[in-house]
Design a protein around this ligand. Structure first.
Ligand code: FE2
Ligand code: FE2
Length: 367
């Protein structure tokens, strides 16, 4: 329990007690839509029964890395922290806050799920892993919230744990979704970091300087889920499971595409073309996911980008309908939903590229 200087519980309590937040950021984070980061719950007893002995050597290696806690002192501001919220263009400021709130919610959602698994479990392997992961996510969420506080907004995380709706996923869906979100998190953070390393003049806020070490935490979390999936080969084989993996890949990628396009000013300030960035993140994530998934989505297929764009436009239409209100707005929204559904089917049915996962599941972050 003494994974951090303060201990996870103290850190968590501090996060959860942050009551001073104005309601708007918290409301943004609480809102449950198809696209917002969600909170998850699962069958913790089933997860507690996992036996990691078939991957023991790799498991012990990974856990030793987490125990050593390489990022223990990383999430602290230092003299490289030169935030200038006052000088930020108001439109950029709004989108950047939206980006930070959504990132903070996603980090905190991981923290809540992992901490709950640790709390409910009896299996020492599982409890130790989830304790380390909750520790990391608490730091991540806390660090983002600190950055938000300087802008006069912060997410009331204590309120969020109570007010946010929890989505139940069976453990195997938690593995697919969480594995993907950890690896995609790594790919997103490292792609921005490398881009800004080459173009430091476009780094409009210091938080991006923290992304490299940060994303190594996410990489390790993803490795842990890869190992968990390896303990039961049935999870990534069989007709139905393969369809589910394909579903999660399509859903996670297309959600990211739609969300990122809702922040044009943010990406412009970074000097990043959104389609380029998203494709780059998909490519890295798919390459990494070969460690465990038996297939990958063909993101160079001629139907891929056009249908992602169609999906983005359909969500735009659903949004416009909601804002318009009344019967006409309702009809507009419903038509948008039908279009989004059709685009999803078109994406989901793109033939996948079959892969044979390697014997050794472990990878190192190389980007
Ligand atoms: Fe994280
Ligand atoms: Fe993570």
């Amino acid at each position: 329990m003494n994974a951090t200087p303060k201990g996870l519980d103290a850190e968590y309590a501090e996060l959860a007690a942050s009551q001073e937040a104005p309601i708007d950021a918290t409301a943004m984070a609480t809102e449950t839509t198809l696209l917002n980061p969600r909170f998850y719950t699962t069958d913790f007893d089933e997860m507690d029964r996992i036996d990691v002995s078939s991957v023991r050597v790799q498991w012990d290696e990974l856990l030793a890395e987490m125990r050593a806690d390489p990022n223990k002192g990383h999430f602290k501001k230092n003299d490289e922290w030169d935030a200038d919220w006052e000088g930020m263009d108001p439109k950029l400021r709004r989108e950047f806050i939206d980006f930070l709130v959504s990132s903070c919610t996603a980090e905190f959602s991981g923290c809540v799920l992992y901490k709950e698994m640790k709390r409910r479990g009896n299996n020492p392997d599982i409890c130790e892993l989830f304790n380390f992961m909750a520790r990391d996510e608490a730091r991540h969420a806390g660090f983002i919230n600190d950055a938000l506080r300087e802008a006069g907004v912060a997410v009331n995380l204590g309120f969020l744990t109570k007010a946010k709706k929890y989505t139940y996923f069976r453990p195997k869906f938690i593995y697919y979704a969480t594995y993907l979100s950890e690896k995609i998190g790594y790919a997103r953070y490292i792609t921005i970091f490398r881009h800004l390393e080459a173009n430091p003049d476009q780094r409009f806020h210091p938080i991006f300087k923290w992304f490299r070490e940060w994303c190594n935490d996410e990489f390790r979390h993803g490795e842990a889920f890869a190992l968990l999936m390896r303990t039961d080969p049935k999870l990534t084989t069989g007709f139905a499971n393969k369809l589910w993996i394909r579903f999660f890949l399509t859903a996670v990628y297309s959600t990211m595409f739609v969300r990122d396009h809702a922040r044009p000013e943010f990406h412009q300030a970074l000097g990043v073309d959104i389609e380029w960035y998203d494709q780059e993140v998909f490519r890295k994530t798919s390459t990494i996911a070969r460690q465990v998934f038996p297939m990958e989505i063909d993101i160079d297929h001629k139907r891929w980008l056009p249908n992602l764009r169609r999906m983005r436009d359909a969500f735009g239409q659903m949004d416009a309908g909601k804002r318009q209100g009344g019967l006409a707005g309702w009809v507009k929204g419903k038509l948008g939903a039908v279009k989004a559904g059709a685009a999803f089917v078109a994406l989901y049915t793109i033939p996948v590229i079959k892969r044979e996962p390697p014997k050794n599941v472990r990878l190192e972050p190389v980007y």
